[in-house]
Ligand binder design. Structure first.
Ligand SMILES: *Cc1c(COP(=O)(O)O)cnc(C)c1O
Length: 367
Protein backbone atom coordinates (compact mmCIF):
# COMPACT_ATOMS: atom_id res chain seq x y z
CA UNK A 1 0.00 0.00 0.00
CA UNK A 2 1.26 3.50 -0.86
CA UNK A 3 -0.08 5.52 2.09
CA UNK A 4 -1.80 8.90 1.68
CA UNK A 5 0.36 10.29 4.52
CA UNK A 6 3.53 9.27 6.30
CA UNK A 7 4.38 10.71 9.70
CA UNK A 8 8.14 10.81 10.21
CA UNK A 9 9.37 12.69 13.29
CA UNK A 10 12.45 10.59 14.03
CA UNK A 11 14.65 13.68 13.67
CA UNK A 12 13.15 15.06 16.89
CA UNK A 13 14.57 12.33 19.11
CA UNK A 14 17.44 14.35 20.59
CA UNK A 15 15.36 17.42 21.40
CA UNK A 16 12.54 15.37 22.88
CA UNK A 17 14.98 13.46 25.07
CA UNK A 18 16.49 16.79 26.15
CA UNK A 19 13.06 17.93 27.37
CA UNK A 20 12.37 14.60 29.09
CA UNK A 21 15.69 14.74 30.94
CA UNK A 22 15.14 18.36 31.98
CA UNK A 23 11.96 17.46 33.86
CA UNK A 24 10.44 20.78 32.67
CA UNK A 25 7.91 19.34 30.24
CA UNK A 26 5.05 21.86 30.14
CA UNK A 27 5.17 25.22 28.31
CA UNK A 28 8.68 26.63 28.59
CA UNK A 29 11.80 27.45 26.55
CA UNK A 30 11.17 24.86 23.81
CA UNK A 31 7.77 26.43 23.07
CA UNK A 32 9.48 29.83 22.83
CA UNK A 33 12.04 28.39 20.44
CA UNK A 34 9.31 26.85 18.33
CA UNK A 35 7.39 30.15 18.26
CA UNK A 36 10.45 32.10 17.11
CA UNK A 37 11.10 29.63 14.30
CA UNK A 38 7.43 29.68 13.29
CA UNK A 39 7.22 33.49 13.20
CA UNK A 40 10.15 33.40 10.82
CA UNK A 41 8.29 30.99 8.49
CA UNK A 42 5.07 33.05 8.56
CA UNK A 43 6.95 36.34 8.25
CA UNK A 44 5.08 37.77 11.24
CA UNK A 45 6.25 39.59 14.34
CA UNK A 46 4.51 37.15 16.66
CA UNK A 47 3.70 33.44 16.78
CA UNK A 48 1.70 32.13 19.73
CA UNK A 49 1.76 28.35 20.12
CA UNK A 50 -1.41 26.66 21.37
CA UNK A 51 -2.61 23.11 21.90
CA UNK A 52 -4.28 22.59 18.51
CA UNK A 53 -5.46 24.30 15.37
CA UNK A 54 -9.08 24.44 16.47
CA UNK A 55 -8.23 26.36 19.64
CA UNK A 56 -6.02 28.66 17.55
CA UNK A 57 -9.20 29.64 15.68
CA UNK A 58 -11.31 29.86 18.85
CA UNK A 59 -8.76 32.00 20.71
CA UNK A 60 -8.35 34.31 17.70
CA UNK A 61 -12.09 34.91 17.57
CA UNK A 62 -12.29 35.40 21.35
CA UNK A 63 -9.49 37.95 21.20
CA UNK A 64 -11.60 40.11 18.88
CA UNK A 65 -14.33 40.56 21.53
CA UNK A 66 -17.20 39.82 19.17
CA UNK A 67 -20.73 40.62 20.36
CA UNK A 68 -23.65 38.19 20.03
CA UNK A 69 -24.97 38.41 16.47
CA UNK A 70 -21.63 39.38 14.97
CA UNK A 71 -20.94 37.36 11.88
CA UNK A 72 -17.98 35.46 10.52
CA UNK A 73 -17.93 34.71 6.82
CA UNK A 74 -16.15 31.50 5.81
CA UNK A 75 -15.96 28.63 3.34
CA UNK A 76 -18.58 25.85 3.20
CA UNK A 77 -15.87 23.49 1.89
CA UNK A 78 -13.50 22.91 4.78
CA UNK A 79 -12.67 20.65 7.69
CA UNK A 80 -15.36 20.82 10.37
CA UNK A 81 -12.99 22.52 12.84
CA UNK A 82 -13.43 25.83 11.00
CA UNK A 83 -17.16 25.73 11.67
CA UNK A 84 -16.91 24.33 15.19
CA UNK A 85 -14.46 27.05 16.22
CA UNK A 86 -16.83 29.82 15.12
CA UNK A 87 -19.73 28.17 16.96
CA UNK A 88 -17.66 27.73 20.11
CA UNK A 89 -16.74 31.42 20.00
CA UNK A 90 -20.46 32.19 19.85
CA UNK A 91 -20.39 34.04 16.55
CA UNK A 92 -22.92 33.66 13.75
CA UNK A 93 -21.65 31.80 10.68
CA UNK A 94 -22.21 32.95 7.10
CA UNK A 95 -20.86 31.01 4.17
CA UNK A 96 -19.60 32.17 0.80
CA UNK A 97 -19.24 29.72 -2.08
CA UNK A 98 -15.80 28.66 -3.30
CA UNK A 99 -13.96 28.80 -6.60
CA UNK A 100 -13.27 25.61 -8.51
CA UNK A 101 -9.65 26.52 -9.28
CA UNK A 102 -8.36 27.13 -5.75
CA UNK A 103 -11.11 25.48 -3.65
CA UNK A 104 -11.24 28.60 -1.46
CA UNK A 105 -13.72 31.43 -0.89
CA UNK A 106 -14.74 33.23 -4.06
CA UNK A 107 -14.12 36.94 -3.44
CA UNK A 108 -17.28 37.76 -5.41
CA UNK A 109 -19.39 35.54 -3.15
CA UNK A 110 -17.65 36.90 -0.06
CA UNK A 111 -18.79 40.39 -1.03
CA UNK A 112 -22.25 39.35 0.26
CA UNK A 113 -21.33 40.90 3.57
CA UNK A 114 -23.99 42.21 5.97
CA UNK A 115 -23.80 45.01 8.49
CA UNK A 116 -23.12 42.41 11.15
CA UNK A 117 -20.12 40.85 9.42
CA UNK A 118 -17.01 41.41 11.49
CA UNK A 119 -14.58 38.72 10.36
CA UNK A 120 -13.58 37.26 7.03
CA UNK A 121 -12.18 33.75 7.55
CA UNK A 122 -10.79 32.31 4.32
CA UNK A 123 -9.55 28.72 4.40
CA UNK A 124 -6.34 28.08 2.47
CA UNK A 125 -7.29 24.58 1.40
CA UNK A 126 -4.87 21.80 0.41
CA UNK A 127 -1.82 24.09 0.71
CA UNK A 128 -2.70 26.94 -1.63
CA UNK A 129 -3.88 30.32 -0.36
CA UNK A 130 -7.24 31.82 -1.18
CA UNK A 131 -7.25 34.84 -3.51
CA UNK A 132 -5.80 37.24 -0.94
CA UNK A 133 -5.19 39.80 -3.69
CA UNK A 134 -8.95 40.38 -3.73
CA UNK A 135 -9.94 39.28 -0.23
CA UNK A 136 -7.52 41.52 1.68
CA UNK A 137 -8.69 44.76 -0.02
CA UNK A 138 -12.32 43.64 0.40
CA UNK A 139 -11.78 43.17 4.13
CA UNK A 140 -10.02 46.53 4.42
CA UNK A 141 -12.78 48.33 2.55
CA UNK A 142 -15.54 46.79 4.69
CA UNK A 143 -13.52 47.06 7.92
CA UNK A 144 -13.47 43.33 8.58
CA UNK A 145 -10.80 41.50 10.52
CA UNK A 146 -9.12 38.69 8.61
CA UNK A 147 -8.57 35.36 10.33
CA UNK A 148 -6.88 32.97 7.94
CA UNK A 149 -7.52 29.28 8.50
CA UNK A 150 -3.99 28.37 7.43
CA UNK A 151 -4.14 24.91 9.00
CA UNK A 152 -3.10 23.28 5.71
CA UNK A 153 -0.88 26.04 4.40
CA UNK A 154 2.30 26.43 6.44
CA UNK A 155 4.88 28.01 4.11
CA UNK A 156 2.37 28.91 1.38
CA UNK A 157 2.27 32.45 0.04
CA UNK A 158 0.36 34.83 -2.20
CA UNK A 159 2.49 37.21 -4.25
CA UNK A 160 5.36 36.67 -1.86
CA UNK A 161 3.32 37.31 1.28
CA UNK A 162 3.04 34.29 3.57
CA UNK A 163 -0.18 32.58 4.57
CA UNK A 164 -0.98 33.72 8.08
CA UNK A 165 0.46 37.22 7.63
CA UNK A 166 -2.66 38.98 6.30
CA UNK A 167 -4.32 39.43 9.67
CA UNK A 168 -4.48 36.67 12.23
CA UNK A 169 -3.11 33.35 10.97
CA UNK A 170 -4.24 30.05 12.48
CA UNK A 171 -2.19 26.93 11.86
CA UNK A 172 -2.65 23.29 12.84
CA UNK A 173 0.21 21.01 13.84
CA UNK A 174 -1.87 17.82 13.86
CA UNK A 175 -0.05 14.59 13.00
CA UNK A 176 -0.89 14.65 9.29
CA UNK A 177 -0.30 18.35 8.63
CA UNK A 178 2.81 19.57 6.77
CA UNK A 179 4.47 20.43 10.10
CA UNK A 180 3.43 18.42 13.14
CA UNK A 181 3.87 18.35 16.91
CA UNK A 182 1.39 15.40 17.20
CA UNK A 183 -1.28 17.86 18.32
CA UNK A 184 -0.68 21.59 18.29
CA UNK A 185 -1.52 24.92 16.76
CA UNK A 186 -0.07 28.38 16.20
CA UNK A 187 -1.52 31.86 15.88
CA UNK A 188 0.50 34.42 13.90
CA UNK A 189 0.08 38.19 13.87
CA UNK A 190 1.97 41.47 13.55
CA UNK A 191 -0.35 43.15 16.06
CA UNK A 192 1.43 43.64 19.42
CA UNK A 193 -1.75 44.24 21.41
CA UNK A 194 -3.49 41.19 19.98
CA UNK A 195 -0.43 38.97 20.51
CA UNK A 196 -0.24 40.04 24.14
CA UNK A 197 -3.93 39.36 24.63
CA UNK A 198 -3.65 35.91 23.03
CA UNK A 199 -0.75 34.98 25.32
CA UNK A 200 -2.76 35.98 28.38
CA UNK A 201 -5.89 34.23 27.08
CA UNK A 202 -3.89 31.05 26.46
CA UNK A 203 -2.94 30.86 30.12
CA UNK A 204 -6.25 31.22 32.02
CA UNK A 205 -6.30 34.97 31.43
CA UNK A 206 -3.38 35.25 33.85
CA UNK A 207 -0.78 37.97 33.29
CA UNK A 208 1.33 37.22 36.37
CA UNK A 209 0.71 34.59 38.98
CA UNK A 210 -2.93 34.81 40.12
CA UNK A 211 -3.43 38.14 38.37
CA UNK A 212 -6.36 37.52 36.08
CA UNK A 213 -7.18 40.04 33.37
CA UNK A 214 -9.89 38.13 31.52
CA UNK A 215 -11.73 34.83 31.63
CA UNK A 216 -9.20 32.75 29.79
CA UNK A 217 -8.58 29.11 29.08
CA UNK A 218 -5.81 26.54 29.04
CA UNK A 219 -4.70 26.61 25.43
CA UNK A 220 -1.02 25.95 26.16
CA UNK A 221 1.36 23.83 24.12
CA UNK A 222 3.93 21.68 25.97
CA UNK A 223 7.71 21.75 25.54
CA UNK A 224 7.53 18.07 24.62
CA UNK A 225 5.31 18.87 21.66
CA UNK A 226 7.33 21.90 20.62
CA UNK A 227 10.46 19.73 20.55
CA UNK A 228 8.78 17.39 18.06
CA UNK A 229 8.15 20.26 15.64
CA UNK A 230 11.38 22.27 15.75
CA UNK A 231 13.46 20.06 13.41
CA UNK A 232 10.66 20.11 10.81
CA UNK A 233 10.61 23.91 10.82
CA UNK A 234 14.37 23.92 10.31
CA UNK A 235 14.04 21.85 7.16
CA UNK A 236 10.64 23.02 6.01
CA UNK A 237 12.01 24.32 2.70
CA UNK A 238 13.28 20.84 1.77
CA UNK A 239 10.07 19.13 2.88
CA UNK A 240 7.98 21.57 0.85
CA UNK A 241 10.25 21.27 -2.18
CA UNK A 242 9.79 17.49 -2.09
CA UNK A 243 5.99 17.91 -2.05
CA UNK A 244 6.22 20.37 -4.95
CA UNK A 245 8.41 18.04 -7.02
CA UNK A 246 5.99 15.17 -6.34
CA UNK A 247 3.00 17.28 -7.38
CA UNK A 248 4.78 18.30 -10.58
CA UNK A 249 5.51 14.68 -11.49
CA UNK A 250 1.90 13.68 -10.77
CA UNK A 251 0.51 16.55 -12.86
CA UNK A 252 2.78 15.77 -15.80
CA UNK A 253 1.90 12.10 -15.64
CA UNK A 254 -1.84 12.57 -15.18
CA UNK A 255 -2.29 15.32 -17.79
CA UNK A 256 -4.83 14.34 -20.44
CA UNK A 257 -6.48 11.57 -18.41
CA UNK A 258 -10.09 11.58 -19.65
CA UNK A 259 -12.52 13.12 -17.17
CA UNK A 260 -9.83 14.10 -14.67
CA UNK A 261 -9.10 17.71 -13.68
CA UNK A 262 -5.65 18.08 -12.22
CA UNK A 263 -4.99 20.69 -9.51
CA UNK A 264 -3.74 24.10 -10.58
CA UNK A 265 -1.07 26.30 -9.11
CA UNK A 266 -2.48 29.77 -9.71
CA UNK A 267 -0.20 32.62 -10.77
CA UNK A 268 1.63 34.31 -7.91
CA UNK A 269 0.82 31.55 -5.42
CA UNK A 270 3.30 29.27 -3.72
CA UNK A 271 1.46 25.97 -3.24
CA UNK A 272 2.79 23.73 -0.44
CA UNK A 273 0.72 20.69 -1.43
CA UNK A 274 -0.78 19.56 1.84
CA UNK A 275 -2.99 17.50 -0.48
CA UNK A 276 -2.84 16.76 -4.19
CA UNK A 277 -6.52 16.84 -5.10
CA UNK A 278 -7.97 15.94 -8.47
CA UNK A 279 -11.57 16.41 -9.57
CA UNK A 280 -13.26 13.39 -11.12
CA UNK A 281 -15.69 14.93 -13.58
CA UNK A 282 -19.01 13.56 -14.84
CA UNK A 283 -17.41 12.27 -18.07
CA UNK A 284 -14.76 10.15 -16.36
CA UNK A 285 -15.05 6.37 -16.82
CA UNK A 286 -15.54 5.94 -13.08
CA UNK A 287 -17.28 8.09 -10.50
CA UNK A 288 -15.15 9.62 -7.77
CA UNK A 289 -16.23 6.97 -5.26
CA UNK A 290 -15.57 4.15 -7.74
CA UNK A 291 -12.13 5.55 -8.51
CA UNK A 292 -11.37 5.79 -4.77
CA UNK A 293 -12.42 2.15 -4.22
CA UNK A 294 -10.48 0.96 -7.25
CA UNK A 295 -7.30 2.72 -6.14
CA UNK A 296 -7.60 1.33 -2.61
CA UNK A 297 -8.00 -2.15 -4.06
CA UNK A 298 -4.82 -1.63 -6.11
CA UNK A 299 -2.78 -0.43 -3.15
CA UNK A 300 -2.90 3.32 -3.80
CA UNK A 301 -3.85 5.27 -0.69
CA UNK A 302 -6.30 8.11 -1.29
CA UNK A 303 -8.65 10.38 0.63
CA UNK A 304 -11.88 12.27 0.20
CA UNK A 305 -11.48 15.72 1.76
CA UNK A 306 -14.34 16.54 2.17
CA UNK A 307 -17.33 14.40 1.17
CA UNK A 308 -20.00 16.97 2.01
CA UNK A 309 -20.52 20.67 2.56
CA UNK A 310 -19.40 21.35 6.10
CA UNK A 311 -22.81 22.21 7.57
CA UNK A 312 -24.75 19.48 5.72
CA UNK A 313 -25.13 17.21 8.78
CA UNK A 314 -28.11 16.74 11.07
CA UNK A 315 -26.24 18.13 14.06
CA UNK A 316 -26.01 21.54 12.36
CA UNK A 317 -29.49 21.72 10.88
CA UNK A 318 -31.51 24.52 12.42
CA UNK A 319 -28.53 25.63 14.52
CA UNK A 320 -29.28 29.15 15.77
CA UNK A 321 -25.77 30.33 14.88
CA UNK A 322 -26.03 29.01 11.31
CA UNK A 323 -29.18 30.82 10.17
CA UNK A 324 -30.56 30.15 6.73
CA UNK A 325 -27.69 28.02 5.46
CA UNK A 326 -28.87 26.00 2.47
CA UNK A 327 -26.69 23.63 0.45
CA UNK A 328 -28.42 24.78 -2.73
CA UNK A 329 -26.78 28.17 -2.34
CA UNK A 330 -23.33 26.62 -2.81
CA UNK A 331 -23.27 24.93 -6.21
CA UNK A 332 -19.50 25.03 -6.63
CA UNK A 333 -18.77 23.62 -3.17
CA UNK A 334 -21.43 20.94 -3.72
CA UNK A 335 -19.92 19.86 -7.04
CA UNK A 336 -16.38 19.85 -5.67
CA UNK A 337 -17.44 17.80 -2.61
CA UNK A 338 -18.81 15.16 -5.01
CA UNK A 339 -15.72 15.11 -7.24
CA UNK A 340 -12.62 15.75 -5.10
CA UNK A 341 -10.14 12.95 -4.51
CA UNK A 342 -6.71 13.36 -2.94
CA UNK A 343 -3.73 11.26 -4.00
CA UNK A 344 -0.47 10.76 -2.08
CA UNK A 345 1.95 13.71 -2.43
CA UNK A 346 3.87 13.52 0.87
CA UNK A 347 7.66 14.04 0.91
CA UNK A 348 8.49 10.36 1.48
CA UNK A 349 7.22 9.07 -1.88
CA UNK A 350 9.75 7.50 -4.25
CA UNK A 351 9.73 8.14 -8.00
CA UNK A 352 8.69 4.51 -8.41
CA UNK A 353 5.67 5.04 -6.18
CA UNK A 354 4.71 8.22 -8.00
CA UNK A 355 4.87 6.40 -11.32
CA UNK A 356 2.76 3.58 -9.90
CA UNK A 357 0.12 6.11 -8.80
CA UNK A 358 0.10 7.72 -12.26
CA UNK A 359 -0.05 4.41 -14.13
CA UNK A 360 -2.83 3.04 -11.95
CA UNK A 361 -5.03 6.15 -12.19
CA UNK A 362 -4.55 6.30 -15.98
CA UNK A 363 -5.27 2.62 -16.37
CA UNK A 364 -8.49 2.55 -14.35
CA UNK A 365 -9.77 5.69 -16.11
CA UNK A 366 -9.07 4.18 -19.52
CA UNK A 367 -6.30 6.59 -20.57
C1 LIG B 1 -6.63 20.44 10.64
C2 LIG B 1 -7.52 21.59 10.38
C3 LIG B 1 -8.05 22.38 11.41
C4 LIG B 1 -7.97 22.02 12.88
O1 LIG B 1 -6.75 21.74 13.38
P1 LIG B 1 -6.57 20.72 14.61
O2 LIG B 1 -5.14 20.88 14.95
O3 LIG B 1 -6.91 19.36 14.12
O4 LIG B 1 -7.45 21.18 15.71
C5 LIG B 1 -8.78 23.50 11.07
N1 LIG B 1 -9.01 23.83 9.80
C6 LIG B 1 -8.56 23.08 8.77
C7 LIG B 1 -8.84 23.51 7.37
C8 LIG B 1 -7.81 21.93 9.03
O5 LIG B 1 -7.37 21.19 8.01
Amino acid sequence: MIPITVVDVRDAEDLVVEVLRSGAIAQGPMVKRFEDAFAHVAGTKHAIAVNNGTTALVASLQALDLAPGDEVITSPFTFVATLNAILEAGATVRFADIRRDDFAIDPDAAAAITDRTKVLMPVHLYGQTADMGKLAPLAAERELRIIEDSAQAVGASFEGRAAGSYGIGCFSLYATKNVTTAEGGVITTDDDVLADKLRVLRNQGMRARYQYEMAGHNYRMTDLHAAVGIPQLEKLDQLTAARQANAKRLSEGLAGTPGLEIPQVLPGREHVWHQYTVLVGPHAMLSRDELAASLTERGIGNGIYYPKIVFDYDCYRGHPLIPGADVNDFPVASAVAAQALSLPVHPHLTDGQLDKIIETVREVLGA
